[in-house]
Design a protein around this ligand. Structure first.
Ligand code: F6P
Length: 323
């Protein structure tokens, strides 16, 4: 163990994601295993600033691996966007004997981790968001569960849309990234998938539906990424252009909850242990990532400047088979 790092803090920040609890558990257990003390910081950086923290133990993370949400609570912290807030965070670490912090969250949370690292408190980020929109990593904790939840609900919509010969227009989350929409769209056999990354016209969408109708299909699913928006209007236009009765459904925050899948639990556990390994060596200003299926890490600034490509080949394939 490094001379410096005796106590680490762990917090969850930004939008919650299934699997965050599994990551918290791994951080706590791994740190204790390696002889460190762990403090749980509540409600993201707010808890750091306000001193809202609790001592963690092996048993305080029992019975949470299968739970959605985050036992540490989460929030987006406006104050931590400014130097004064970061200074308060640093002082709080000094006051509470926190030598390093594991931050579980998205890009916004990593900016705070970088700022705090630059002030001398080593921080390591773990990508936790359902959107899978963090450039440095192929995978973010929560993504698999969210997609499975979306599919579960779309399968239910399929039943009613089939009974009524309707078109179901479903909005899924993802902020400005179409990864959930693309994968959920493929997995539910959507006739069209609308994402911000691929230009589309309503005429094309109608054409796809009309062509499919000619081959004997009478009910349709159109998956829309939330950045595209306007699902009610899209449904209305589809009805006008095709004559197929259409209904819009926004899946919303239900995609953020639920028991994490095996994949989310395992990746969260791996990333949690990896993050502790870095802090144990006194290494901060890093984000944990998955590259080619393996866990690795990057400098936070480098990670924030990376660009994530949308999988256009997968999109093309989806269009090929949804005819
Ligand atoms: O980043 C996760 C996410 O659920 C996005 O998909 C969505 O755009 C956003 O958070 C919703 O944020 P809030 O919880 O503030 O409504």
């Amino acid at each position: 163990m490094s001379d410096k790092v005796k106590t680490i803090g762990v917090l969850t920040s930004g939008g919650d994601a299934p699997g965050m609890n599994a990551a918290v558990r791994a951080v706590v257990r791994s740190a204790i295993y390696h002889g460190m003390n762990v403090i749980g910081i509540k409600k993201g950086y707010n808890g750091l600033i306000n001193g809202d923290m609790e001592q963690m133990s092996l048993r305080s993370v029992s019975e949470i691996i299968h739970k959605g949400g985050t036992v540490l609570y989460t929030a987006r912290c406006e104050e931590f966007r400014y130097d004064e807030g970061i200074e308060k965070g640093k002082q709080s670490c000094l006051d509470n004997g926190i030598d390093g912090i594991v931050v579980i969250g998205g890009d916004g949370s990593f900016r705070g981790a970088r700022d705090l690292s630059l002030k001398g408190i080593p921080c390591v980020g773990i990508p936790g968001t359902i959107d899978n929109d963090i450039s440095s990593t192929e995978y973010t904790v929560g993504y698999d569960t969210a997609m499975n939840t979306a599919i579960d609900m779309i399968d239910k919509l399929r039943d009613t849309s089939q009974s009524h010969d309707r078109c179901s227009v479903v909005e899924v989350m993802g902020r400005h990234a179409g990864h959930i929409a693309l994968n959920a769209g493929i997995a539910c056999g959507a006739t069209a998938i609308l994402v911000e990354e691929v230009p589309y016209s309503m005429e094309e969408v109608a054409q796809r539906i009309n062509n499919t109708m000619k081959t004997g299909k009478h009910h349709f699913i159109v998956v829309v990424s939330e950045g595209v928006g306007h699902v009610d209007e899209i449904a209305k236009e589809i009805e006008e252009l095709t004559g197929v009765e259409s209904r819009a459904t926004v899946l919303g925050h239900v995609q953020r909850g639920g028991s994490p899948t095996v994949r989310d639990r395992v990746v969260a556990s791996e990333m949690g242990c990896y993050a502790v390994g870095l802090l144990e060596k006194g290494i901060g200003n890093r984000v944990v990532a998955m590259q080619n299926g393996r866990i690795t890490d990057f400098d936070i600034l480098e990670a924030l400047n990376m660009k994530k490509e949308f999988d256009h080949n997968l999109y093309k394939m989806a269009m090929e088979i949804s005819i």
